[in-house]
Design a protein around this ligand. Structure first.
Ligand code: PEP
Ligand code: MG
Length: 923
């Protein structure tokens, strides 16, 4: 005879039946049944019960809703055993056995019949329960719930039929809530509910406990093909032929006197991770009482005084469960007349802080290995731990009191609170002179706003997207930032902004959450952590690095590296490089040199250089800039002693360094008006106006309709080579100077925006000559490379040619995404991209998460073809995707040597790189 029923204490038999492995056990008994049996085998006191298998379910449904032969007899036999184990009798009038009936498929699955409790209650057993619990109200409440649940869930009636009766009854009695009803009321309601059943179904609510059990079991089976369950399976690709199991289990009661009770606990503190039991209980109470919060619960430690033996046993069991499941457990228990029963255990939910501490502690306790510990913590956890945060309660309260202003793109994570200022100078001044916490608010930002952004605690823009200037700079400096908050109307003249009718004036306080993109009025409470203080996190990240450094992690096909990814950082200044190193970066993947041109004492020289009429004049201005750049690079090489530093030659179009035409026109008019009096007296136009007009003329000549696709990157270098020649000289002089002081400098010069190999062929040899000349002049040698950014689709598909010249590739996925999709990285989010993502046209924002199918495919071609031409080609990524976990995973798969991201993202990227290595470990 086929076995359709397994008692919870028959796990060994079930294992034999399926041939051993745990997945097959779960398929046979369902997840819930398998776990209950597992706990029982561990020796944990689980209320006795049994599982009717998924095979029985399939057989029942296949036979047109008929129990397979022998199944019901096995259920009856199992019930006898449960009666023996529990010392109770199903339908008994003294110590009645009540059971619960639950569905349980292999995968937890909404949409199926969930639970019917208290099966076995009828008028007779109810009397016995009243005697046992001394709580008539509780018993009738359970009884009327059984009739209602049974009617709705098992008999398929409309729940409203019962709710209407209940509401009307409460109205008549003047009861506001269920708790106002007395035992007598509930008794009467039970009788009324039975009438509802009779009226709706034409037969009586079954008072025979076995009939209740049979109908409930059938209902579980049938619910496998309920509409919601089928829809869920379709959506999640769970096959139809798995079937569901039925779990029938003894009900236990914590409200049978002061030697009874119930509670919930975590085996470690889920907020801090500390190894201290954390939970609550109530004596003489059922589970609902704990959850409902009507009575004040006691901390679990007090159980030691109330019921010492149960407490001792409970602690022992928790240790056992942790040792078995090797994770923090979230348990539910009930004590019935002095006897402890464990109702459930599962891996407990926890905060980011607790996730890290528990993982590290468990390695130290020998429970898990380092790989497992690293996998237990998510990159989001790390992110959370490194940025100031608002606590969730604060956010909830702020939303409730309507201080939520609006939201935009979550461009740079972290919480910030400050006073609003609408331009960079004021923001900087209020911070420097008045020590204010400021939030800089602009429609969008430009390179000459950086000083204000650096002085700000947070940045908010109404335009721009995830790779806009504001977003990139904010992430680089770790400043929380929300961009493209299009509901905000900024009025720069009135020095105020308006959001949905709320006016925020300069100096008013706002709070913004760069992690979620939300903005609030007023000051919200927040907490601010630091990495160095988080020793557990530092330990965990060092394990992540060990995982990535393992040789053989990748197969090494097509000349890909065999270790995992390294994590480098994008850093422009020595102090960023220092932070990057402290956060664990082992290289600089991108130094955007032009940022250095915006420093106040340098910008006028840069402008002079741009406006120079002759090559000599240009060279003279560049000679003035050279010492500045050299000093910057010396600082970078020193900070990154021993690690590679990739310095990108000038990239943006030159007009970015000049004032806007509109501003110049305004200045000219103002000056003219000022000079009007003199003019009337016959004086000529002042020189100032002449100069401004000359500047305006230059700005107008440089105007391009499409500057992002215009004279920038390598094109600029070819047309105006003096700038990059100066830069390369500065790089190599700096490297030589620090080398002579004992620093190991490893400069790598990066040429941006290459689209055709000939561009490199023109410029690179000229620059290499300068490099060699400097080394000869300084009589010093050090390793160096010349390479290129890959940010134009044409560069990807001609990578074999480009790698013939370039010694390294670095994917600039901001531009590569822009050019592959043809979406403007500055405008797309504001205009259509956010809508695209919200409405599902695109799965996510391609400027945040790398588009594997399009951009990724181009990268794959570039890596493969590039390494075919140059097997030791170094490949990295320095676009914003370098700090995004899903994109990092792709970089691992595509064969990058490293990812480079802002210093603040480095810890997140280290963990994400280790996850990718573990998830895709070479077999
Ligand atoms: C890129 O395009 O991905 C990149 C890193 O360069 P930038 O953002 O400076 O254009
Ligand atoms: Mg770029």
């Amino acid at each position: 005879m086929k076995k359709w029923v397994f008692l919870f204490n028959e796990l060994d038999e079930a294992e034999k039946y399926v041939g051993g492995d745990w997945e097959s056990i779960r398929a046979l008994l369902g997840g819930k049944g398998a776990n209950l049996a597992d706990m029982t085998r561990l020796g944990v006191p689980v209320p006795p019960g049994f599982t009717v298998t998924t095979e029985a379910c399939n057989a029942y449904l296949a036979a047109g809703n008929k129990f397979p032969e022998g199944m019901w007899d096995q259920v009856l036999a199992a019930m006898k055993e449960v009666e023996r184990l529990s010392g109770k009798k199903f339908g008994g009038s003294e110590n009645p056995l009540l059971v619960s009936c639950r569905s349980g498929a292999k995968f937890s699955m909404p949409g199926m019949m969930d639970t019917v409790l208290n099966i076995g209650l009828n008028d007779e057993t109810a009397q016995a329960m009243i005697k046992l619990t001394n709580n008539e109200r509780f018993v009738y409440d359970s009884y009327r719930r059984l009739v209602q649940m049974f009617g709705a869930v098992v008999l398929g009636m409309d729940d409203e039929d019962f709710e209407d009766v209940l509401e009307e009854y409460k109205h008549e009695k003047g009861a506001k809530s269920d708790t106002d009803l007395s035992a007598e009321d509930l008794k009467e309601l039970t009788a009324m509910f039975k009438k509802v059943v009779k009226k709706g179904k034409g037969f009586d609510f079954p008072s025979d406990p076995y009939e209740q059990l049979r109908l409930a079991s059938e209902a579980v089976f049938k619910s496998w093909f309920g509409k919601r369950a089928v829809d869920y399976r379709r959506a999640t690709n769970i096959p139809d032929d798995l079937g569901t199991a039925v779990n029938i289990q003894t009900m236990v009661f914590g409200n049978m006197g002061n030697d009874s009770g119930t509670g919930v606990a975590f085996t470690r503190n889920p907020a801090t991770g500390e190894k201290v039991m954390y939970g609550d209980y109530l004596l003489n109470a059922q589970g609902e009482d704990v959850v409902a919060g009507i009575r004040n619960t006691e901390p679990i430690q007090n159980l030691k005084n109330d019921l010492p033996e149960a407490y001792r046993q409970f602690m022992e069991i928790c240790d056992k469960l942790e040792a078995h499941y090797k994770d923090l457990q979230d348990v539910e228990f009930t004590i019935e007349r002095g006897r402890l029963w464990m109702l459930q255990t599962r891996n407990g939910k926890r905060t980011a802080r607790a996730a890290v501490k528990v993982a590290v502690d468990m390695v130290q306790e020998g429970l898990i290995g380092k790989d497992e510990a690293v996998l237990r913590v998510s990159p989001e956890n790390v992110d959370t731990l490194l940025h100031p945060q608002f606590n969730p309660e604060t956010i909830k309260a702020a939303k409730a009191n309507k201080s939520f202003l609006g939201s935009g793109v979550n461009a740079s994570p972290g919480a910030a609170v400050g006073q609003v200022y609408f331009d960079a100078d004021t923001a900087e001044r209020m911070n420097k002179e008045f020590k204010q916490d400021v939030i800089m608010v602009r429609p969008f930002t430009k390179p000459d706003d950086v000083h204000g952004m650096l002085a700000a605690k947070g940045i908010l823009t109404s335009e721009g997207g995830a790779t806009s200037h504001a977003a990139v700079v904010a992430r680089q400096f770790g400043v929380p930032c929300v961009v493209g908050a299009s509901a905000i109307r900024i009025d720069l003249d009135k020095r105020q902004m308006e959001v949905n009718g709320v006016v925020v004036k300069e100096g008013d306080w706002i709070s913004l959450d760069g992690t979620t993109g939300e903005v609030f009025l007023g000051k919200l409470d927040m907490t601010a952590p630091s990495l160095e203080e988080q020793t557990d996190l530092m330990t965990l990240l060092s394990w992540a690095d060990e995982i990535c450094a393992r040789p053989g992690t990748r197969k090494g096909e097509n000349n890909t590296p065999t270790r995992g990814l390294q994590v480098w950082a994008n850093a422009d200044y020595p102090k960023d490089a220092q932070r990057a190193r402290a956060y664990g970066a082992v290289g600089i993947g991108l130094c955007r040199t032009e940022h250095m041109f915006f420093e106040p004492e340098r910008l006028p020289i840069v402008q002079r250089m741009i406006l120079a009429k002759s090559s000599e004049d240009r060279k003279a201005a560049l000679d003035e800039l050279l010492p500045f750049q050299r000093a910057d690079f010396e600082g970078l090489f020193t900070a990154m002693d021993g690690y590679p530093v990739i310095i990108r030659l000038i990239d943006p179009p030159l007009h970015e360094f000049l004032p806007a035409a509109k501003d110049l026109e305004e200045q000219i008019i103002t000056k003219r008006v000022e000079a009007l009096a003199g003019y009337l007296l016959g004086k000529g136009e002042p020189k100032e106006v002449h100069d401004l007009e000359a500047l305006l003329g230059a700005v107008e000549t440089m105007h391009e309709s499409n500057p992002m696709m215009g004279m920038r990157g390598v094109r600029l270098s070819i047309v105006m080579p003096e700038i990059v020649e100066m830069q390369v000289r500065a790089i190599f002089e700096a490297a030589a100077n620090v080398t002579l002081k004992g620093v190991h400098a490893k400069p790598e010069v990066m040429i941006p925006l290459t689209g055709h190999v000939n561009e490199l062929k023109v410029i690179q040899p000229r620059l290499i000559e300068i490099a060699k000349a400097v080394m000869e002049e300084k009589k010093v040698e050090f390793p160096y490379k010349f390479g290129t950014m890959i940010e134009i689709p044409r560069a990807c598909v001609t990578a074999h040619e480009i790698a013939g010249v370039a010694e390294f590739f670095s994917f600039g996925t901001n531009d590569l995404t822009q050019m592959t999709y043809g979406y403007s990285r500055d405008d797309a989010e504001r205009t259509f991209l956010v809508k695209y993502v919200e409405s599902g046209v695109l799965p996510n924002n391609p400027f945040q998460t790398l588009d594997r199918d399009g951009v990724g495919r181009l990268m794959d071609i570039a890596v493969k073809d590039g390494r075919r031409a140059r097997p030791d080609l170094e490949v990295g990524i320095c676009g914003e995707h370098g700090g995004d976990p899903a994109s990092i995973e792709f970089c691992h798969l595509v064969g990058n040597n490293y990812v480079s991201c802002s210093p603040f993202r480095v810890p997140v990227a280290r963990l994400a790189a280790a996850h990718a290595a573990l998830k895709h470990a070479a077999k």
